[in-house]
Design a protein around this ligand. Structure first.
Ligand SMILES: O=C(O)CCC(=O)C(=O)O
Ligand SMILES: [Fe+2]
Length: 393
């Protein structure tokens, strides 16, 4: 069959396949939630994943609040070793921290939140102009809607999201940026630029913690088409928050993630890395603080010195909730593997090689099924013991 015909045939097949599988296109949760008493069975999670299972009574230690302005001062040789120690401790104990002194005024964070809410509060027809379903059928990552549904028995999250590439400019798909509220794009652009400065400060500090050249990670983030993805999450009120999850358990594929979390309603929960117990802890609300977490890419590059924290969001019966996650990723084609400086005989290579592009494909597939992509690159203890882990995997 000639190539063009073959392609047409394939397109037609996908189209027909999705028409025959309406489960692939779940409803917008915000619409579904209006006037509902019980969440439909597709949203009801297994007993062991319910918010009440493995809920923590109290934090073993608080999630540290790190003052980024003091970290920058430390960069200038101005002292503040206490802040660096706090950062190290935060990352070892939790894989994340709450950032203050980040330079973005509370008023501007509130504006970013306001345009985010403004978008989700628009009528559905308006939001659907930015749908992540091409022709109402085929899924793409960017745009408004749900996460990809890969099987009929996939448990769905109690959330809608808008996913946009915000950096570099050459990769921005302007037609997917909401025209309403009118200030949305300008505020997002400004927020992106200001968040980038925060990411640079954090990445410099992470490099120093690892004993690397300060610009090691920042430099990588400027190579090729290193991208920043923005994910706006909207968690509608849920009549039975005990039965569902706003966002199922996952870790981020990013190098680092900076999250603007709602300061009116909690919902983000985290597990302690290397805890083994699977206990969930509530991330506290600290007004005007940004949450920063390390992602899978830096866990791999640091050869396991950092652990990408497993987290999730729970729904709420009284209030809806929004969040905005900025994922800092490397060029999609660039190889991700433990940095040679961090591999030696004492600490053999613990992860194989991947690229952001391949890893993201695995991550979305595994996320849909409730599993972690990290397990596909981690070299098992048995392999490490037998020495096979020192080869590329
Ligand atoms: O809603 C939140 O607080 C967290 C969102 C999140 O983890 C994500 O978008 O990856
Ligand atoms: Fe996340």
């Amino acid at each position: 069959m000639p190539e063009a015909e073959d392609q047409q045939e394939r397109q037609l097949t996908t189209k027909l396949a999705s028409m025959a599988r309406p489960w692939k296109i779940p409803p917008i949760v915000q619409e579904l939630a209006a006037g509902l008493q019980e969440p439909p069975s597709r949203y009801v999670v297994r007993d062991q994943d319910r918010p009440a299972a493995a809920a923590a009574a109290a934090m073993p230690e608080p999630i540290p609040i790190v003052d980024l302005s003091r970290l920058s001062a430390a960069d200038d040789g101005g002292g503040a070793d206490g802040e660096v120690a706090k950062l190290r401790c935060a990352l070892q104990n939790w894989g994340l921290f709450l950032a203050v002194g980040h330079g973005i005024e509370p008023g501007f964070l509130a504006e970013m939140m306001q345009v985010t809410r403004g978008f989700f509060n628009l009528p559905t027809e308006e939001k659907q102009k930015y749908s992540n379903l091409v022709n109402g059928k085929e899924f793409r990552f960017e745009g408004y809607g749900n996460d990809v549904v890969l099987s009929e028995d996939q448990i769905l999250d109690w959330c809608d999201r808008l996913y946009l590439i915000v950096e570099p400019e050459s990769r921005v798909v302007g037609s997917l940026w909401p025209a309403r509220p009118p200030a949305f794009s300008a505020v997002l652009r400004e927020y992106t630029a200001r968040c980038r400065r925060i990411a640079d400060v954090v990445l410099s500090s992470l490099a120093r913690l690892l004993g690397l050249r300060e610009g090691r990670f920042v430099g990588m983030m400027n190579e090729g088409v290193a991208m920043t993805h923005a994910r706006f999450n909207y968690y509608p009120r849920c009549p039975r928050p005990d039965l569902v999850l706003g966002l199922k358990s996952h870790s981020d594929a990013s190098v680092i993630t900076v999250v603007l979390i709602d300061d009116t309603v909690g919902g983000l929960q985290v597990q302690k890395p290397n805890d083994g117990g699977g206990v969930w802890y509530d991330v506290p609300i600290v007004p005007s603080a940004l949450l920063v977490n390390v992602g899978d890419a830096i866990e791999i590059m640091s050869n396991g010195f950092f652990t990408s924290p497993v987290h999730r969001a729970v729904a709420n019966a009284e209030r809806d909730r929004v969040s905005l996650a900025m994922f800092y990723t490397l060029d999609p084609e660039k190889e991700i593997e433990p940095l040679p400086e961090l591999v030696d005989e004492k600490r053999p290579r613990r992860y194989g090689k991947t690229t952001t592009k391949d890893y993201l494909a695995v991550l979305f597939e595994r996320f849909a099924g409730g599993a972690r992509a990290m397990d596909t690159v981690k070299i098992s203890t048995a392999e490490l013991d037998s020495g096979s882990g020192s080869e590329d995997g």
